[in-house]
Design a protein around this ligand. Structure first.
Ligand code: GLC
Length: 474
């Protein structure tokens, strides 16, 4: 099958979050199954900076309101995958991927341009798979323009983050997307008086997915759907939850080149963890006081429960724990973490920004990994932590519920992490106290670590589920 994966980010070229991991590792897994996969991305400055060997395939103009914007299509090949990069320096030659006042326009250009880019590449897809609000209008474009090239092409939308709706003014519909105002008037793409590109995707995609079975249920429930339950209920029969996998080649403690000692779940686990822990603490210049080492690798945003983590960790640090963080995002959260470090300069370490090597060291060298998310459609870090024998401390929400079996929890015959339910400080404090209990019983700790390491997190099963979904519509 020919699949076009159109996304605003993908490893190994452009990443701010889990979407980049999924776009890439799902594509790789599909290609391995024999599908022909093309990934279409904006040609961001960050990609240009990599100096890749690219082939220029062609170019065209996109009418954006009163302006004609030029686009060039470049191709990059990696493994069995083809990347198509849509170049326009006015929109994408900027420092960050998102966060600009004209993001609505930047991704209108991307949605329109991506569909033209596939023509330039002579890639006529059976299925176009789009992700989140940035590409949410593509199913709507496919259904409402009679483009002969896309006759028979079906579309799938995956919701990774329902918090971002892609809210744009109604005049965008006609001015930028060249679509009829009647789509707004009928309510099809209308959301709170504006156009939501995410809702448009939900309405017009042939199938809709989200990234875990539990999050699917949450999205159908008013209290947890972030406003999307109404429209999703209309599409309930075409809406599935498929759990993400992780890239088991990148995240493998047996072969990881960034960590001080490789290890597996056999006899060398204990030694491996110790060596990696010393190396991790040395990387942050920290002193070990005899307590557990907690880690956090994350986007610093309200979704991730960082404020809860800071409050709990302040207490843990007072009791002699270590805490290391790699992350960047909201300024206030960065500052709060900096404040915590000033309070505990010898035992707390923080790296603002993304640092791949340090992230790997955290997964390998910590005892516990924090993920007290407010909401979490799937979550990838908790699965990576488990694979490294580092026990995740999570809140039961979304994919965290599907991937972690909390110590002492009902149904957790073989626990592989620690968990709590209520989103408040006491909730996380409780889970941290359980972690402390487990830490003091090292045979128990390592039994849980080995269970966690034994879980199958490869993309094989999930890619097969996506494959079946594509088959069901084409
Ligand atoms: C978003 C979600 C996260 C999910 C990721 C990949 O970042 O917040 O839960 O794991 O997308 O699907």
């Amino acid at each position: 099958m020919r699949i076009a994966m159109i996304a605003s980010e993908s490893n190994p070229l452009a990443k701010t979050g889990g979407l980049a991991d999924v776009a890439y590792s799902l594509s790789k897994a599909l290609a391995k199954r024999g599908d022909e996969v093309v990934i279409v991305l904006p040609f961001y400055q960050a990609i240009a900076d990599k100096g890749l060997k690219l082939e220029k395939l062609g170019g065209f103009y996109v009418q954006m309101s009163w302006r004609k914007q030029g686009a060039a299509v470049f191709e990059w090949k990696k493994g069995g995958l083809r990347f198509l990069l849509l170049q326009n320096d006015y929109y994408y030659n900027r420092e960050s991927l998102y966060g600009y006042s004209d993001d609505g326009e930047r991704f209108a250009f991307f949605a329109l341009g991506a569909l033209e880019a596939l023509k330039v590449a002579a890639f006529k897809p059976d299925v176009i798979h789009v992700h989140d609000w940035q590409t949410g209008m593509i199913p709507c474009l496919l259904k409402n323009r009679d483009d002969p090239f896309y006759l028979g092409t079906k579309s799938v939308l995956t919701i990774h983050n329902p918090a971002f709706k892609g809210m744009i003014d109604r005049y965008f519909l006609n001015d930028f997307y060249g679509l009829s105002d009647s789509l707004f008037d009928s309510g099809a793409v209308r959301f709170e008086g504006m156009v939501s590109t995410l809702k448009s995707g939900i309405v017009f995609a042939d199938k809709i997915t989200t990234v875990s079975p539990t999050h699917r249920e949450e999205l159908l429930t008013p209290a947890f759907s972030q406003g999307l339950d109404g429209v999703l209920r209309l599409r309930e029969r075409d809406f599935v939850g498929i759990l993400n996998g992780i890239d088991v080649e990148e995240w493998n403690p047996r072969t990881d080149v960034y960590i001080a000692a490789n290890y597996g779940k056999g006899k060398n686990l204990e030694d491996g963890k110790h060596v990696n822990q010393s190396d991790l603490l040395a990387s942050f210049n920290l002193k070990w006081m005899g307590g557990p080492v907690y880690g956090l690798v994350t986007r610093l945003t309200f979704q991730k429960g960082i404020s809860l983590a800071i409050a709990s960790m302040r207490k843990a640090l007072r009791n002699g724990a270590n805490f290391v963080v790699v992350g960047s995002g909201e300024y206030e959260l960065e500052q709060e973490l900096e404040d915590l470090r000033r309070e505990f300069p010898l035992t707390m370490g923080i790296y603002i920004g993304y640092n791949n090597a340090l992230a790997h060291k955290i997964y390998a060298g910590c005892d516990f990994f924090l993920m007290p998310s407010l909401f979490e459609p799937c979550g990838i870090s908790q699965m990576v932590a488990q694979r490294y024998g580092t026990l995740p401390i999570v809140r039961y929400t979304g994919g965290l519920s599907d991937t972690v079996h909390g110590y002492l929890d009902l149904g957790s015959k073989r626990p592989d992490g620690l968990a709590f339910r209520d989103y408040n400080e006491q909730g996380l404090d409780y889970a941290v106290s359980l972690a402390d209990e487990v830490y003091r019983d090292q045979p128990l700790y390592y039994a849980m670590a080995r269970t966690a390491m034994g879980l199958d997190r490869s993309w094989k099963k999930s890619a097969a589920a996506y494959g079946e979904l594509y088959n069901s519509i084409s």
